[in-house]
Design a binder for this molecule. Structure first.
Ligand code: AMP
Ligand code: MN
Ligand code: MN
Ligand code: MN
Length: 281
């Protein structure tokens, strides 16, 4: 498959914190010119059947996916699994266990948000907005606080309340990097480090993370993503070459109203990289 393929290998449906159904995302991807598409809901495989069936109907090439939440030191890192078996019992069990902690976390977040914003129905509000009751995320709280007029945008809610050090942020232990990569491999997929430019590691910490990820058998990193600046595309193109990792491309689209980058509307990968889609058949 050519390097210039319009591949979009990262986005979210209402099975996690997106606002569109899997079939609507498939149609939007096709309408935007995507040629190879993956749905990568957070810690969930529940949208893959609908997405695959919609893609079969409209003739869009589909890759199964998931975005796994991982704790590295104090930070949350995301690892995308592509080409996984969506029925894999072990992966389904591990993801269910991983998400099980979300409800207690959400209750603690709601308590803290009540104290700091005066909004006293944050848990009920976020639950109502969550398309999947097993997956209440910070994004659902952000949308509820915008509805309540606390902030003008979800981005503002994140920067004032929902990021580390802010009053509505609750620490949480996600999977280890080793676990996430092993689960993906166990289900027959390839592991891709999502949006590396978003993390707040020092250069030596980042170098160590990339080395660990590669040594675990991680196959690629996202180079062109909706979360990266043009400077990040260049930086991570260099890092992909340095570490011998393949390059991925994905919008990380969540919602027509919120996302900076629509499905398929990304620049091509910088030249001379090995695209991750060569491993996906
Ligand atoms: P959670 O898994 O509940 O911690 O929620 C993580 C999700 O919150 C991410 O996948 C993003 O969709 C969203 N998110 C995280 N940080 C920000 C931010 N600074 N601005 C907007 N959305 C964010
Ligand atoms: Mn998200
Ligand atoms: Mn992510
Ligand atoms: Mn994502």
């Amino acid at each position: 498959m050519p390097e210039s393929l319009n591949a979009d290998l990262h986005c979210h449906s209402l099975v996690s914190d997106g606002t569109l159904a899997p079939a609507a995302l498939a149609r939007r991807a096709r309408d935007n010119g995507v040629q190879l598409w993956a749905l990568t809901d957070h810690d969930e495989l529940g949208g893959l059947r609908e997405a695959a069936s919609a893609c079969a109907d409209i003739g869009l090439r589909f890759v199964t996916g998931v975005e796994i939440s991982v704790s590295v030191g104090e930070q949350t890192v995301h690892v995308v699994g592509l080409g996984i078996d969506p029925e894999h019992a072990g992966l389904l069990r591990e993801l269910r266990a991983l998400s099980a902690g979300r409800d207690a976390r959400a209750r603690r977040m709601a308590e803290s948000l009540r104290e700091h914003t005066g909004v006293d129905d944050a848990y009920a509000g976020a639950s109502r907005l969550a398309g999947n009751p097993a997956l209440i995320s910070r994004t659902h709280f952000a949308r509820h606080l915008v509805e309540r007029g606390v902030c003008g945008s979800t981005a503002e809610v994140f920067s004032r309340y929902l990021t580390p050090g802010k009053p509505g942020y609750v620490e949480h232990a996600w999977a280890s990097l080793e676990q996430a990569v092993a689960w993906i491999h166990g289900a027959g997929g390839v592991a891709v480090l999502a949006h590396p430019g978003r993390y707040r590691f020092t250069p030596p910490q980042e170098h160590a993370l990339l080395g660990r990820f590669r040594d675990l058998g991680g196959a690629g990193i996202e180079v062109v993503t909706g979360s990266h600046s043009a400077a990040d595309w260049r930086k991570y193109a260099g890092i992909a070459r340095e570490f011998g990792l393949r390059a991925s491309r994905g919008s990380d689209f969540h919602s027509p109203r919120e996302s900076r980058c629509d499905l398929g509307r990304l620049p091509a990968l910088p030249q001379g990289l090995s695209p991750i889609w060569d491993l996906l058949h």
